[in-house]
Structures are given as structure tokens and as C-alpha cells.
Design a protein around this ligand. Structure first.
Ligand code: SF4
Ligand code: MG
Length: 336
């Protein structure tokens, strides 16, 4: 399958009072045509920073893209001028954010907001743009689109506003849709409806999706592949099946244990992951998960785990899985 997006060795930091936060370090992944990829991790793990860097929405300063490439169809977005980048945003890459109320313009009708991109990027006449806007509202399941098109965001419910955001994001048939916690602000029923809608639309339009979420539970339904981030680094990647059935990183295992399951005995407690992520002003010398890891060994404290490839699709950064560490066998537990 053709790669739509290829992120290579991306590192981004932020200057804050007290030092430099190394928000993401050496992040590499790709997204193929028609694929839905989830980026999962706790808040502060670097998933939103990754998305914002792809879209070039990082404010510099205080942010700084220190290294890496973001290739969209082979073109490095990090090398484009702001003007060139404006042609990419909303046109080649659509974006959906957590809270539509802050990303929609409250003073503009939703119709106008959908039409904006169509007139700007696709050079549609206002008549054609209006017809397409109505079609898009229909597509995202908003009843009476002919009337709704003339209304303002506050006249829509939270779920309906998120549908409008999806319509805007898909208006120009982007190759890639980035959704950052798109359902976090919604209640569970509406959340399920919006995810179902995204899944249906993805099938229909063959758009690639990056779904960013802290909730591994919502990933299973909609995504083909999962990227797990921790403390600014990718710690495990795999197909949905590999991640859910055969997780290898202790952090991924922890995330799964903290999920409610349908087949679970009600008396079996959900196990939260104790502790907090490390301070990224001074990232740990070794594995970022070391302080919270039950299985940590001496080497984990001093050496960043190398990436170990387990299959064509499955890779992990954990010393437990590294062939060298396995060979040695004698690395020993922390207490040893
Ligand atoms: Fe735990 Fe060590 Fe693996 Fe890090 S590298 S997750 S500390 S076992
Ligand atoms: Mg975030």
C-alpha cells in the first residue's frame, strides 16, 4: 500500500520557564492510503504535539522543531512556507479537534464555514459550494441540511457540532484526516455515534485517518493499526490484533488492564497504572517508563531501549524484548 504520510525522526521541544520540555523525541511512523491509525497515550505523552507538528500548528517560539521530516506524498511539510502550508491545511489534510465550540467560528453560519474551504481551495462558485455544503451535512447525518446550513454553531448540540466539524474536515476530500480526541467532550452514546460515522465515512471516501486518543477502548472499533506513545516517544506499534492480543510493552499491557472489558468478571478489578510520567525537561537517561515499570532491570535506568522489530507490523522499545537483553538473561531485576 502506498504511504500517504511518512514521519521521520521527529523531535520537538518547547522553551518554558525552567528549561526546555522535550515534548517528542525521535518519533517515526507512517500512514498508508486508506488506513486508520490510532495514536494512544496519556495526556502529555506527545500525541497532540505530533499532530500539531504535522499540521505545522506549533507556535515557534516557544516551540521548536529540532529534527525530522514530515513527508506528505513525498513532500516535506516542514520545508514549506506558511503560505504553501495553508494550501495543505483543510485541503490535503483535514483536522477535527476535541472541542468544536472553540474551533468553529461562533459568528458565522455553519454553511459559510463549510463553504469557506471549498471556495478557497477548490475554487467552487458560491452556488456550487452551497450545494456541496448541503450534501456534506447530509453525509454526516444532520437532518434538514437546507435549513441547518443557515444556522450558527450555538444552535447545534455538541454531537451535531462535531458532525459539522467532520463535514468541514472532509469538504475538500483530503488524503488524510487527523482527529485529536474527537469524542472526548461528548457523552458515551454520542461518542459511539460519532466514531461509527467516522468509520463509515472512512470506508466510503477511503481517506486515511490518524485518531489521537487517551482511550484505548475506542480504538478497537475504528483503527487498523495502533501507535502507543509514552513520555514523548513511541514505545510500541502494531496492528490492532497485535496490540490487543499480544502487547509487549509493560505500558501497553498496563493500558489494556485499565480498560473495562465485556467478558470481564465484575469482581475482577480494573488496574490503574500507578505513578506519573517523567518530567520532560529532564527526561530519564534510560527508559521513560522505568519508574513505573514492575519489570524494570538495571539496563533500563541507563540506556534508552532500542527499537526491537517483532514482525513486519509489530515493534517495541523495551529491553525485555531486545535480543541482546534476552541473550544476556543476566541483566537481572532492579533488586538483584
Ligand atoms: Fe520496563 Fe525496562 Fe521495558 Fe522500560 S525497558 S518498559 S523499564 S522493562
Ligand atoms: Mg492532547
Amino acid at each position: 500500500m502506498k504511504k500517504i504520510l511518512d514521519v521521520k525522526n521527529l523531535s520537538v521541544s518547547f522553551h518554558v520557564y525552567g528549561g526546555e520540555v522535550q515534548a517528542i523525541r525521535d518519533v517515526s511512523f507512517d500512514v498508508k492510503a486508506g488506513e486508520a491509525v490510532a495514536i494512544v497515550g496519556e495526556s502529555g505523552s506527545g500525541k497532540s504535539v505530533t499532530a500539531q507538528t504535522i499540521m505545522r500548528l506549533i507556535q515557534t517560539p516557544p516551540g521548536k522543531i529540532k529534527a525530522g521530516e514530515v513527508l506528505l506524498d513525498g513532500q516535506d511539510l516542514l520545508k514549506l512556507s506558511e503560505k504553501e502550508m495553508q494550501k495543505v491545511r483543510g485541503n490535503k489534510i483535514g483536522m477535527i479537534f476535541q472541542d468544536p465550540m472553540t474551533s468553529l467560528n461562533p459568528t458565522m453560519t455553519v454553511g459559510k464555514q463549510i463553504m469557506e474551504g471549498l471556495v478557497l481551495h477548490q475554487r467552487l462558485s458560491s452556488k456550487a459550494a452551497k450545494a456541496r455544503a448541503i450534501e456534506l451535512l447530509k453525509m454526516v447525518g444532520i437532518p434538514n441540511p437546507e435549513t441547518r446550513i443557515g444556522q450558527y454553531p450555538h444552535q447545534f448540540s455538541g454531537g451535531m457540532r462535531q458532525r459539522v466539524m467532520i463535514a468541514i474536515a472532509l469538504a475538500c476530500n483530503p488524503a488524510l484526516l487527523i482527529a485529536d480526541e474527537p469524542t472526548t467532550a461528548l457523552d458515551v452514546t454520542i461518542q459511539a455515534q460519532i466514531l461509527q460515522l467516522m468509520k463509515d465515512l472512512q470506508k466510503e471516501t477511503n481517506t486515511s485517518i490518524i485518531l489521537i486518543t487517551h482511550d484505548l477502548g475506542i480504538v478497537a472499533d475504528i483503527c487498523d493499526r495502533v501507535i502507543v506513545m509514552y513520555a514523548g516517544q513511541i514505545v510500541e506499534t502494531g496492528t490492532k490484533r497485535e496490540i490487543f492480543r499480544n502487547p509487549k510493552h509493560p505500558y501497553t499491557k498496563g493500558l489494556l488492564k485499565s480498560l473495562p472489558r465485556l467478558d470481564q468478571d465484575k469482581n475482577e478489578p480494573l488496574i490503574p497504572i500507578f505513578g506519573t510520567p517523567p518530567d520532560l525537561i529532564k527526561p530519564p537517561q534510560g527508559c521513560g517508563f522505568c519508574e513505573r515499570c514492575d519489570e524494570a532491570m538495571h539496563i533500563c535506568e541507563t540506556e534508552i531501549p532500542e527499537r526491537t522489530v517483532l514482525s513486519d507490523t509489530h515493534a517495541v522499545r523495551c529491553w525485555l524484548q531486545h535480543p541482546y537483553a534476552k541473550q544476556q538473561g543476566a541483566l537481572g531485576g532492579k533488586e538483584a
